[in-house]
Design a protein around this ligand. Structure first.
Ligand code: NAP
Length: 242
């Protein structure tokens, strides 16, 4: 029986690359989106026509009640949840002194609390199954810190701490928890950067290029196939931080 995978923020960027690769690997996919409905529907149509299984569900994962509905939807469709990929996220570039309380809370709600809500909702099913995998997409900034992205870095560091702590707590239930910490990946999240800024960043990276969404998707696929990796923060950043 195919494994069921929920991908939050699966409509665009890294999330959509994960959805596409795993659908082609014959996993049952629940693609969560919030604002990008047309992108989500396009992926569903294209992949369903090819014979793959992609269900879509709109939910703002920063809200507990919507997360609950998303998880109920996945269970109703596929009866089980084998893998949760907490990928949904936002970014904001601001001086620390300019970050408002609203900015701070929005960042924590979307990038950190969503991981708490999603994980809590799926874990009860995984514990019953005595098997499960949670993959959190964190960030290089959680490891290094980042000027003008303090709230983002703090939220992602919280995600990594959750990864390690949950891995310890859930290991005996055969549930693995890992983070993937990307460097700079070519998505809309970085569209505010000019060509020159990207070039300057690439000069700092040993592999001399920014990453592609597929680089992250391949690691997700590997983690699903693996059986003995847990509690790890896997850096995929071209050697930018070693
Ligand atoms: P992206 O292209 O901007 O996509 C972000 C995704 O998150 C979208 O699919 C969006 O869905 C979803 N999302 C945002 N808020 C949501 C909410 N409240 N509820 C549900 N979904 C929500 O960004 P990306 O680069 O692919 O980022 C994916 C993850 O990788 C994020 O967690 C990000 O922090 C992390 N990351 C990215 C980079 C990078 O360089 N790109 C580096 C390190 C870490 P809708 O459009 O449907 O709302």
């Amino acid at each position: 029986m195919s494994k069921t995978v929920i991908v939050t923020g699966g409509s665009k960027g890294i999330g959509s690359a994960i959805v596409k690769l795993l659908a082609e690997e014959r996993y049952n996919i629940v693609l969560n989106y919030n604002k990008s409905e047309s992108e989500a529907k396009k992926i569903q149509k294209e992949f369903t026509e090819k014979g793959y299984i992609v269900e879509i569900f709109k939910a703002d994962v920063s809200k507990r009640e919507e997360v609950k509905k998303l998880v109920d939807f996945a269970i109703e469709k596929f009866k089980k949840i084998d893998v949760l990929i907490n990928n949904a996220g936002i970014t904001q570039t601001k001086l620390f002194t300019d970050i408002t309380e609203k900015d701070w809370n929005t960042m924590m709600n979307v990038n950190l609390n969503s991981v708490f809500y999603m994980s809590q909702e799926v874990i009860s099913y995984m514990i019953k199954q005595k098997e499960g995998l949670i993959i959190n997409i964190s960030s290089i900034w959680a490891l290094t810190g980042s000027s003008c992205e303090v709230h983002y870095s703090v939220a992602k560091a919280g995600v990594d701490a959750m990864t390690k702590s949950l891995a310890k707590e859930l290991g005996p239930s055969n549930i693995r928890v890992n983070s993937i910490a990307p460097g700079i990946i070519d998505t809309d999240m970085n569209k505010h950067l000019s060509e020159k800024e990207i070039k300057n960043i690439e000069e700092e990276i040993p592999l001399e290029k920014i990453g592609k969404t597929y680089d992250i998707a391949k690691c997700v696929k590997w983690l699903i196939e693996d059986e003995y990796t847990t509690g790890q923060i896997i850096s995929i950043n071209g050697g930018w931080n070693i």
